[in-house]
Design a protein around this ligand. Sequence first.
Ligand code: KG4
Ligand code: ZN
Length: 376
Amino acid sequence: MADEPLVLGIETSCDETGVGIVRGHTLLADAVASSVDEHARFGGVVPEVASRAHLEAMVPTIQRALKEAGVAASDLDGIAVTAGPGLAGALLVGVSAAKAYAYALGKPLYGVNHLASHICVDQLEHGPLPEPTMALLVSGGHSSLLLAPDITSDVRPLGSTIDDAAGEAFDKIARVLNLGFPGGPVIDRIAREGDPDAIAFPRGLTGPRDAAYDFSFSGLKTAVARWIEAKRAAGEEVPVADVSASFQEAVVDVLTRKAVRACKDEGVEHLMIGGGVAANSRLRAMAERRCEDAGLTLRVPRPKLCTDNGAMVAALGAEMVARGRSASAWDLSADSSLPVTDPHVPDPNAHTHSHSHSHGHSHDHVHELSRKNLYA
Ligand code: KG4
Ligand code: ZN
C-alpha cells in the first residue's frame, strides 16, 4: 500500500554494512557489503578493520539500495539505524551516517535495537508478526529466548547464553577443525556428509536443576576440542564430517528443545527463529519437526534475511513509524550494550509517547527536534 511508511535502514553493528529499504512489510532493497574476507585470516572480526570497512562502504551501499528500490531519498518517511548492541566503533559509523542523511533530508531518525530487528525482519517474509511471538535469537554474538508481545515496545528476555553464543561455538569449532571463518556455513555444509549420532557430545544446561531457558556452549566446545585432540594425539584421522554433524546436533537439539519448551510454558503458539545461526539447515529442519509435534507455528526468514542486513533495521523502523513511536533525538549515540528490552531509543525529551504517522508533518517534527537537541 502506498500509504505504508517508506523507511531506509542502516546496519553496521558487526562486519556487514547493510542498507535496506522497505515499504511497510514489503522489501524493496537489501544491499549488503561484507568485510568478512578481511577478518578471515584473524579467525574473528577485528573491530578496527570493521569500522574502516563500514566507512568505505557506507555511501556506495546507500546509493545502491536507493537505486535497487527505485525510490528517491526525498520520498523516505524515516531513516532507521542500529543503535546497538554491537561493536562501538562499527555502530558509530552507521549512526553518524543515519544522522547525516536524516538531518540533510529533513526526515525523522530512528535508532533501533539490533536484536529486535533480527525478529522484525520476518515481517518481510511472512507478514505481520503474531503478538505475542516467541523468538529464538541465535547469532555470532547472541543466543537468547525472547518473548515479544509488541516488537516496537515490549520485548522480554526469558533466557540467554551464560558463556559463548551459538554462532561463536560454530566459529570456534571450525577453527579447531581448520575449516576457516566464519564457521557456521562450512560446518553446516560438511555436517550433511556426517552422522549426527556418531559422537555423543554434551547438551549444556539441560539437567532438571538447570535454568530452563539459559544456554551454555562452552562445555560443548571444550568437549569437542578434547575429542579432536585425543584423536590427533593417537595419530588417528579426525572424522571431520562426523564431528561437525555431532557437534551441530548437540547445539541444535538444545536450542530447539528450550525454544519449544518456552512456547509451551508461556502459552505462545508462534516461534520465530532469527540471527545468523537461523540460516543453519539442521536447525531449520529440527525446529520444523519439533514445532509441528508441539502444535506450534514456526517462522524462519530465508537465510539472507537471517544474517546481518539493513532490511531488518528498515523493517523495525517502518514498524516504529507505523505505530507512531517517537523518533530518536539528534544526539542519539551508539550503545554497544543497548539492552534487549529497548527496541528503540526514543527521544528522552519527547513530550508524547506517540505521534501518529503523517507524511505532511514529519518534516516539521524533525526540525523542531533538531533545534531543541542538536546544540543541547
Ligand atoms: O547474525 P549474524 O550475521 O551476526 C551477528 O550478529 O553475530 O551471525 C553470524 C553468525 C556467525 O557466528 C556464523 O558462523 C553463524 O552466524 N552462521 C551459521 C550459519 N550461517 C551463519 N551458523 C550455523 N549454520 C549456518 N548455516
Ligand atoms: Zn546479528
